[in-house]
Design a protein around this ligand. Structure first.
Ligand code: SF4
Length: 330
């Protein structure tokens, strides 16, 4: 293992689904053996969605932690921690906020897209300031490798800018984080129209039962050009093909050709992906069920991971205060 640190995580807004698995979880299972891997349960970020229903956050922290264990993240190799239990992240967010101009945030493409016609009046500050708080998430533990999708690159670019600016202003405390691009950052949803997302109702949860998987795949849209079994299809337009690509890459070329030539029917194609997904998710479901009965184990894992993160955060803040010259009573 190298000493470089990876930071990754999820907003705790509900159970994780296949989109999370393809986009990042699968990768994390490998990364945990290569780097010092920190995985953040982003309960503070989840408040940007559920600020009026905080009771959901606590429950979701646990659900996401169980999903991590289910996919094979091993607390012996990865440090799982709870964001809101690291107050130093909030402290860093405030310090960074002092030298980041609103104009810098307004130019972030993700924020621009949400601002609908350039008006920022209806945006919550937590959303506008997200690039700053993300920088605090990364820097408190001096992570250098950040797994992201292409759409998140502007956020990471902001973080790199903030790190450089801090180091120039006060002293070289933070390393510049680098992106590690995900292969399947946006798995298409069952409706074929958007990114897989629980809130859009087009997702398959990692904890879905065998029956749910079969039903959801059966109802998924396919290429509308394929009315008859031997109509030539356009696999790129079909979510089922994308699932073959993401979860059974060795068969994807064959499915692609058969769909284009009209030599495979959608029913057979769906049966094949259903079997693939059952084989993938079945063992995860079993592991999840086993951990669900071990409440003490999960609590201890989260406490231990959070304490380790907190220790590192305290040390980082000592350095930050030192270079900023705001260490009092010492
Ligand atoms: Fe989609 Fe498969 Fe039907 Fe082609 S054959 S349209 S990839 S379900």
């Amino acid at each position: 293992m190298t000493q470089e640190r990876v930071l990754t995580g999820d907003r705790t807004t509900g159970r994780l689904h296949l989109g999370h698995y393809a986009g990042s979880l699968q990768n994390r299972v490998q990364l945990q053996h290569q780097y010092d891997t920190f995985i953040m349960l982003a309960d503070v970020q989840a408040l940007t969605t559920h600020f009026d229903r905080p009771e959901l956050i606590r429950e979701h922290v646990r659900e996401v932690a169980l999903d991590y264990l289910a996919v094979g993240i091993d607390p012996e190799h990865a440090n799982i921690f709870i964001q809101s239990m690291i107050p130093e992240i909030a402290e860093l967010t405030v310090f960074f906020s002092m030298f980041v101009k609103v104009n810098h945030l307004r130019h972030n493409p993700t924020i621009k897209a949400e601002s609908r016609g350039g008006s920022f009046d209806e945006l919550y500050y937590g959303f506008l300031g997200y690039p700053i708080s993300q920088t605090a998430d990364i820097t408190f533990c001096k992570a250098t490798i950040i797994p992201v999708g292409e759409d998140q690159l502007p956020h990471l670019e902001s973080s790199r800018y903030i790190v450089r600016r801090f180091n120039e202003l006060y002293g070289p405390v933070f390393p510049e984080p680098q992106a590690l691009l995900s292969k399947f950052p946006r798995l298409i949803g069952l409706d074929g129209n958007a990114k897989m997302s629980k809130s859009l109702g087009n997702a398959i949860a990692l904890s879905a039962s065998s029956e749910e998987i079969a039903l959801k795949v059966r109802k998924a849209v396919t290429d509308p050009a394929r009315i008859h079994k031997n109509d030539p299809g356009h696999p790129e337009r079909c979510p089922i093909y994308h699932y073959h690509q993401a979860f059974r890459a060795d068969e994807a070329a064959e499915i692609h050709a058969a769909c284009e030539q009209g030599t495979i029917g959608c029913t057979e194609c769906k049966h094949r992906i259903t079997k693939t997904l059952q084989d993938l998710l079945g063992p995860m479901r079993e592991r999840r069920a086993a951990y669900e009965t071990k409440r003490g184990f999960v609590d201890e894992m989260l406490q231990h991971g959070t304490e380790r993160a907190r220790g590192i955060a305290r040390h980082t803040m000592e350095e930050v205060r030192e270079v900023m010259g705001i260490q009092y009573f010492k």
